[in-house]
Unconditional design. Structure first.
Lengths: 114, 113
């Protein structure tokens, strides 16, 4: 099982460029999440999708958009990248409502904005 | 706002030493508690979780954690660490029907062989 697959693994962008981070899961999970991880801080939720067809803002949604394309895929888009968005981005999925279902994580995408 | 505090950002131990990593949260209602681990070069994975029942929870690889409601704590313990336990450990909390996991900043654990 591949689990949660994120692409790309690394990316360097210039300020103002746009980019979409891709995430796919093969576990038939209902819920999917996008986090960012910055040094000295815990993971912070950007957006989540409780089920196919729904998306909701997390703690730090500004500067990002998401699309739950189907049950498997949940993409994160940076419309105009800023240096403050340099981070490691993690996608995760869980079977159900996030509470008593553990989240399964991808390997992360290291994004640098110059 | 709800927060999760992990007291130590870096811990260095020798093999066979005992381990306790602190985790405190600020929310007073019903919570679900998790410890995740990230081994070097690997993705985050669940170590153990608490939802209800016995406050002493056992996880994989000999880890355990104790939920002490009166202290708002969920400390992670292992009686005797191994070099392979070198990793970053994250405590996380959800509450009520909220989907959002609130994460601690993580503790980097280094085990000297």
């Amino acid at each position: 099982n591949a689990g949660v697959t994120q692409t790309p693994k690394f990316q360097v962008l210039k300020t103002g460029q746009s980019m979409t981070l891709q995430c796919a899961q093969d576990m038939n999970h209902n819920s999917m999440y996008w986090y960012r991880q910055d040094p000295g801080m815990g993971l912070r939720l950007i957006y989540y999708s409780a089920s196919e067809g729904t998306t909701d803002k997390g703690e730090v949604p500004n500067g990002y958009n998401v699309s739950r394309l189907n049950k498997r895929e949940f993409s994160l888009r940076l419309e105009s990248a800023a240096p403050s968005q340099t981070s490691v981005y993690f996608c995760a999925s869980s079977e159900g409502g996030g509470l008593n279902q553990p989240q399964h994580f991808g390997d992360g995408t290291r994004l640098s904005i110059l | 706002a709800q927060s999760v505090s992990q007291h130590n950002h870096h811990v260095i131990l020798s093999e066979a030493a005992s381990l306790e990593l602190g985790c405190n949260y600020s929310y007073g209602g019903t919570v679900n508690l998790f410890w995740y681990v990230q081994y070097p070069g690997q993705h985050l994975q669940l170590l153990l979780k608490y939802f209800s029942g016995d406050p002493l929870v056992k996880g994989i690889k000999g880890f355990e954690a104790e939920f002490i409601k009166s202290k708002f704590s969920f400390n992670l313990r292992k009686p005797s660490v191994q070099w392979s336990d070198t990793a970053e450990y994250f405590c996380a909390v959800t509450r009520d029907s909220n989907y959002q996991l609130i994460w601690g900043a993580g503790t980097k654990l280094i085990i000297k062989p």
